[in-house]
Structure formats: C-alpha cells, structure tokens
Design a protein around this ligand. Structure first.
Ligand SMILES: [Zn+2]
Length: 143
C-alpha cells in the first residue's frame, strides 16, 4: 500500500457520495490513485466544470472532521446486496468487502482504506477536466 493510498481512497468515497447527493443522474466511474493524488471519473450530461469546487471541498472536509469510523465488513454477496449497490462488482465475486463510513456511505471496494475519516487529513480538489463526451475527471489530494 502506498503511504497515502488508504486516505485518498477513503476521501474518494466521500467525494463520490457528495456528488451523488448534489447531482441528478450521474454515474460514478473508475477511480485511480497515484502516490500523491487520486482521480475519480464521473459520467454526467451536465458540465461538471461549472461546479463550485470550494463548496464541494468543504463538504468533504466537513465529513472528514466528524471522525466517522470506517468499517470494512466482508459479506456474502446476497447480504452485501441489501446494503450497497453491487453494480460494478463482477458476478463471480461471492464475498464482498463493503466500505462502511459509519452513518454516511456504504459501497463495495477491495482496496485499502483509512479506519477513521479523521485519518484522511485535509482534502483538496485540484481540478475537474472534461475527458469525454459525458465524462469528467476530478483530481484531488489529501494533505
Ligand atoms: Zn475504495
């Protein structure tokens, strides 16, 4: 695991949840992580470059500052389906890890994450690029 990866990963879940709450009809796409930054692709017909990034950033930081425990239960697929959207989990996967940011968000993910949102640090969005017809890429870091 890269030093920042768990923190970046966990902040990505928070960002995805906040974007889903603010924007109608978006789809959360792939995410990728480098040593110092992460990226999250969002599929949207609206131009996401028009968003107020400072406002979104502060919503993410607000969740981080709540110090929410991050639970990582591993469940049988049938159980996991009751608590999260498994649309992106291949059908062959029988046991699913749910990343449960207590009281805030649950989604399946197999990568390393922080154990508490307070470990993430300060979240910052570096920018949003348009990378396809309906596809936008958020680039972010934690410091
Ligand atoms: Zn994740």
């Amino acid at each position: 695991m890269k030093p920042n990866e768990g923190r970046l990963q966990t902040s990505e879940h928070i960002l995805a949840k906040i974007l889903e709450g603010r924007l109608e009809g978006i789809t959360v796409g792939i995410s990728k992580f480098k040593e110092e930054s992460g990226l999250l692709e969002i599929i949207s017909t609206a131009d996401l470059r028009a968003l107020d990034l400072k406002e979104i950033e502060s919503e993410v930081n607000n969740i981080i500052s709540k110090g929410l425990p991050v639970n990582k239960p591993v469940m049988d697929r049938a159980e996991a389906e009751k608590v999260a959207d498994l649309g992106k989990v291949p059908a062959s996967v029988a046991r699913v890890t749910i990343i449960d940011i207590e009281g805030f968000d649950k989604r399946p993910c197999r990568d390393p994450h922080a154990s508490n949102t307070s470990e993430i640090g300060h979240f910052k969005i570096l920018g949003v690029e348009k990378v396809g017809a309906d596809r936008y890429r958020f680039v972010f870091l934690v410091e």
